[in-house]
Design a protein around this ligand. Sequence first.
Ligand code: ADP
Length: 732
Amino acid sequence: MAEEGAGDDGDTLDKVAVLFPLPLPEPFDYRAASSLNVQPGQHVIAPIGSRLVRGVVWGVERNHPGAANLKAIEEVLPGTPVPEVSRAFVEWAAKYVVRPPGDLSRMVVRSPEALFPPPTHTVIAPSGEPPPKLTDARRRVMEEAAKEHVSAAELARRAEASSAVVKGLVDCGALVKLEISEDPPFPNPDLARTGKNLSAIQLAAAEELCVSVREHKFHVALLDGVTGSGKTEVYLEAAAEALKSAPNAQVLVLLPEIALTQAAMSRFEARFGVKPVEWHSAIQQKARRRAWREIAAGRARLIVGARSALFLPYPNLRLIVIDEEHDPSYKQEEGVIYQARDMAVARAKLGDCMVVLASATPSLETLVNAQAGRYAHVQLPSRHGTAELPDVELVDLKLDPPEKGRWLSPKLITGAAQALLRGEQSLFYMNRRGYAPLTLCRACGHRMRSPDSDSWLVEHRYSGRLVCHLTGFSIPKPKECPECKAVDAFTSIGPGVERIEEEVRDSFPNARIEIFSSDTTPNGDAVRDLVARMENNEIDILIGTQIVAKGHNFPNLTFVGVVDADLGLKGGDLRAGERTFQLVSQVAGRAGRHEKPGRALIQTYAPHEPVMQALAAQDRDAFFAAEVAEREAAGMPPYGRLAALIVSAPDEKLAAEAAKTLGEKAPHVEGLDLWGPAPAPLSVIRGMYRHRFLVRANRGVDVSAFLAAWSARVKLHSAVRVQIDVDPYSFL
Ligand code: ADP
C-alpha cells in the first residue's frame, strides 16, 4: 500500500526535475502526484515565475519527502517521450560544446506541435451496407466514395450531387464519417527490393559495412572512394541491412547541403520504393510536425537531413551515414557551435550505432583515425564502369596569363571551346559570389566598406547592389563616392562569378551560359531546376561557386576550369591547404563522370606549392602525409586540441577590457597553451567589436572543462558576449 504522504488526496509526491529549452544551467525541480507516474523523457508544462513553460522531465525521485515544498507540474503532455539515449546525448554534447543543456534540448524538441495529438479532418467512406433506395445521384455518390475517402463537400462535388444526397446516405448508414489524422505515418521502405548489381569491389565494401551493421554495436567506417565510385550505392546496402535489423530500426543519412537532398531523395526512393523522411531548416511547419512525431515514435525509418537532423529523438537509430564527411558545412557556426560529423560519432557511441563517413576527399582527422585503426577503412579505388578520373593540369598564371583585365587564360578558353565543339559541357569554378569583391573610387582611393562590419562590400551587378557577404547588409550601388563626391568614379577590383560570366559570354556569344551560386539559386526549387537543366544538356557552360562542388552528377560535363585555386589558401587557416585540396579535387571530379573522358585545368600563381602539385598528380596520399607531418609537429588537430573563445561587445573599449579581464583570470593547466587576447581578423561584425583567444592543448586535456571553469570565473558586463568554439574551423 502506498505510504501516506504530504500529497493531495493522500497520494505520495514525486520530485520531478524538468529541463527547459532555455539557457539555464540545470533542470528545475517540481512536484507531481505519484499516481501521475511521471516518467523521464516526458514532456510537461510547468511554471517558471508567473510563466508556464514547456520542458522535458530529466529525472524523477519517487515519493520524495521534500517535494511538498515545490511548485506543481501544470500538465503532462501526450507527446512521445524523449528516449534515454537522446537525453544522454544532450548532456554529453552540452558539456562538450560548453553550453547550457537546455540549449541542446531545444534542438531535440523541434516541433512543439508534435507533442499534441495530430489534428484530424472528417472524410466519408462506404460502410459496406447498400443504401435502401438507389437514385441516380445516390449511385454516383456511392461510386465516387468507393474511389477515395474525401470530405462530404468534395464527394458531392465529384459526384455532381447535392450535399443533401450525401447527408441522406450517411443518415441511412450506407456511408460513414471517418476522422483522419493530418499526420499519417510514412509508408515503410520496401525491404524486398534490391539495389543495382554491384561490382565485385563494391560488393566487398558493402558486405564489410553490412557485417558491422549486423553486429549492432558502436563502430565507425570511412567509406573512401573517388567521386563516381559508387559510395552511395554501397551505403544504400548498409542502410537496407540496418532497416532489416528490427521493425523500428532507423537510418539517418546526413547531407551537407539542402540543395543535394532532392537528388538523394530520388535515388533513395528508387532503392526503397518510398521517399525518405526529409529534415532540414527549410521544411514547413506541418511537415516538420509530422516528421518529428513519426521519428520520435520510431515509425519513420529512413531519414535524410541536414546536420540539425542529428539531434532528433530517434528511439532506435542503427546507422548514421555522413555523406561528403569532409564538408565544412557540417560545422554549425552560429548559436550552438558544433561539428555534426564529430557529434554523430558521439551519438552513435551512446546508442550502439554504426557510422559510415563517406567521402572522396576525407578530412584529415578522419583519415588519421582510419590509418590508426580506430575507424575501419573501406575503399573504392576506381570509378564505376568505364568512367575514368579526369586529367588534371596546372596553368601557371605567370607563364600563361589572361589578357589584361581578364581572368581566364587562353588555355581555359580553348578547353571550353573544344568541349563546346564536341557538344559537351564545361564548368568554370570561381568561389566568390557577385561581380567584384572590391569597389574603389578612382578619384580618392576610397574603398566601399560595410558600415557595421570589418569587411568590403561586394558588387553584385544583377541586383545593382553592394553586399556585405558576412552579414547580408546591402545598399544600391551609389553613383557618387561618399568620401570625395566624385561621380561615376567607382572601379571594380577582382573577379566574382558574375564577372567571369561576362568574360565567358564575350568569348562564347552563342553558348548557353548560366551562373550557379546561392544568389541565382536561392531555394531548393531553383537548385532543382538548374541541376535538371544542366543534366538535360540545356546549358553549355556553367559558372559556379563551391555549391557546384557538392555531389552533382552531370553526365555530359567534360571540362572543368578552376579560375583561382589560390583563393582558399589565403588567410592563415589551419585547414586552408586541406580545404583547397578537397574543394578543387571535388570540382575537378565533376568532369567525365560517365563514358566521356574529363579534363580539368587549375589556374594558380603558386604551381610549386605542395597542394597544387598534389592536385596535378592527383596524389592525395602524398598530400595528406605532408599535412599530417606538419600538424603532428605543431601539436595541431588531430594531434592536439583547439578551441577558440571570442569576446565581443558593442563598444570597442568594453570589448578590449573584457578580453583583458578574461586573460588575467585564465586558469593554468599543464599541457595547454593560451594565445591572446588579440583583436580578431574580422574585428567588427554587426557593430560588435571582437577579440579572440585560441586554446591549444595536448590530446589528453579536457578542453571543454577548462573553458567551462575559465568562463565561470569571470563576471562580465551584461553587454559583453562570450562565444566558445570547441574545434574551431573558422579563425576569423
Ligand atoms: P559516389 O557516391 O562515389 O560519387 P555514386 O554512388 O553516385 O558514386 O555512383 C556514380 C554513378 O555511377 C551513379 O550514377 C550511380 O548510379 C552509378 N553506379 C555506381 N555503381 C553502379 C553499379 N554497380 N551499377 C550501375 N550503376 C552504378
